[in-house]
Design a protein around this ligand. Structure first.
Ligand code: FE2
Ligand code: FE2
Length: 342
């Protein structure tokens, strides 16, 4: 039976670990750990360089109180919608044509409008305005449609009932979409990677922030919060625990190991324990920096140059190429977000 290396609680979720290793979160003590299958046995291990969260956020402290609510908040977190998943499956099928995709998109009027809007925007637009979904789809291409579908679909997750948090959630959604877009473009600079999960990794990398803001909002409405859940009062808390909360969320959604790793390690890619996970983690880390430099940092700002970011040497990228990629994205990112917004 697999047990948590911190609190010894049984971790049924880790039973799914393979020989190659997986990343799991304990529902009892909240800590993240590695799990490896050895025959019928699964062994869970601590992750090097990460402290026991029970020491960082002890029970009864403000941080501990917020963290204790994370698993409950996951029950209310919407799942990633199914239409994108249907389209994703179609994309993997080599027989799928643009018209097939257009037919599925057509079932969703909101998505249809957004695709038409994007195909008509300055960056993609030709002289003739497009009114046919099929023409719009072929102008954008299947890859771009998948991105739009995923980004629009993810919006549900960033919805909040709280008026005060509306702006925060909106800027987090924009940050996630731009990070996802940057991640896709960065990956295209490299020959090795299959891009299936890269956009999704960018979209979900800061999902822990959404979870934590939902918890803060819930505590606030119950009168249990010592300050309003706006960004200033809880900035440090959200920064410190969003990757762990993100691991819990991605485990809850049963996302792949690589996606979990990108969510958990994106601020510390160098601590990623398994080599196979590193490329995606570094790409998301770098994409996060790029989105922030493009003024879509969500809650963050930065003046960190590309030259010193660990991803540049790990991914063997030329900082000038990265800057060119940033400039290219800058020329179209507003159109992209405008088309996808309500
Ligand atoms: Fe982050
Ligand atoms: Fe981020």
């Amino acid at each position: 039976m697999s047990t948590c290396p911190f609190c010894s609680a049984v971790m049924i979720q880790a039973q799914k670990a393979t020989r190659a290793g997986g990343l799991y979160a304990c529902l009892n003590c909240m800590n993240g750990c590695l799990a490896f299958r050895n025959g019928y046995e699964v062994e869970c291990r601590e992750i090097e360089n990460f402290m026991d969260v029970r020491f960082l956020a002890p029970k009864g402290t403000p941080d501990g109180t917020v963290l204790a609510q994370v698993t409950k908040a996951l029950d209310d977190l919407p799942t990633l919608p199914s239409v994108p998943q249907r389209i994703m499956r179609m994309v993997y099928d080599p027989m799928t044509s643009v018209s097939d995709i257009a037919r599925v998109v057509n079932e969703d009027p909101v998505l249809t409008l957004k695709i038409l809007k994007l195909a008509n925007c300055a960056f993609y637009g030709g002289r003739q305005p497009i009114t046919s979904l099929e023409v719009a789809c072929s102008r954008l291409g299947i890859k771009m449609i998948v991105k739009v579908v995923q980004a629009v679909g993810s919006k549900e997750v960033f919805k909040t009932r709280s008026k005060e948090l509306q702006d925060t959630m909106r800027s987090l959604w924009k940050h996630s979409v731009v990070t996802a877009y940057c991640a896709g473009e960065i990956a295209s600079l490299m020959p090795i990677l299959s891009s299936d999960e890269i956009f999704l990794a960018g979209l979900v990398h800061d999902i822990g922030k959404v979870v934590l803001f939902n918890v803060l909002n819930q505590l606030y409405t119950e009168g249990k919060l010592w300050a309003k859940p706006d960004t200033d009062s809880f900035e440090q808390l959200v920064k410190s625990y969003h990757t762990l909360s993100g691991l819990h969320a991605s485990q809850n959604w049963e996302l792949s190991t690589e996606l979990r790793a990108a969510t958990f390690f994106h601020h510390f890619p160098e601590y990623t324990p398994l080599e196979e996970w590193k490329p995606l983690v570094y790409i998301v880390g770098l994409a996060n920096l790029m989105a922030t430099k493009l003024s879509y940092g969500g809650l963050d700002k930065t003046d960190e140059p590309y030259e010193t970011h660990a991803a540049v040497s790990f991914l063997k990228l030329d900082p000038c190429r990265i800057q060119q990629t940033q400039d290219y994205i800058e020329s179209q990112v507003e159109d992209l977000l405008n088309a996808m917004e309500d």
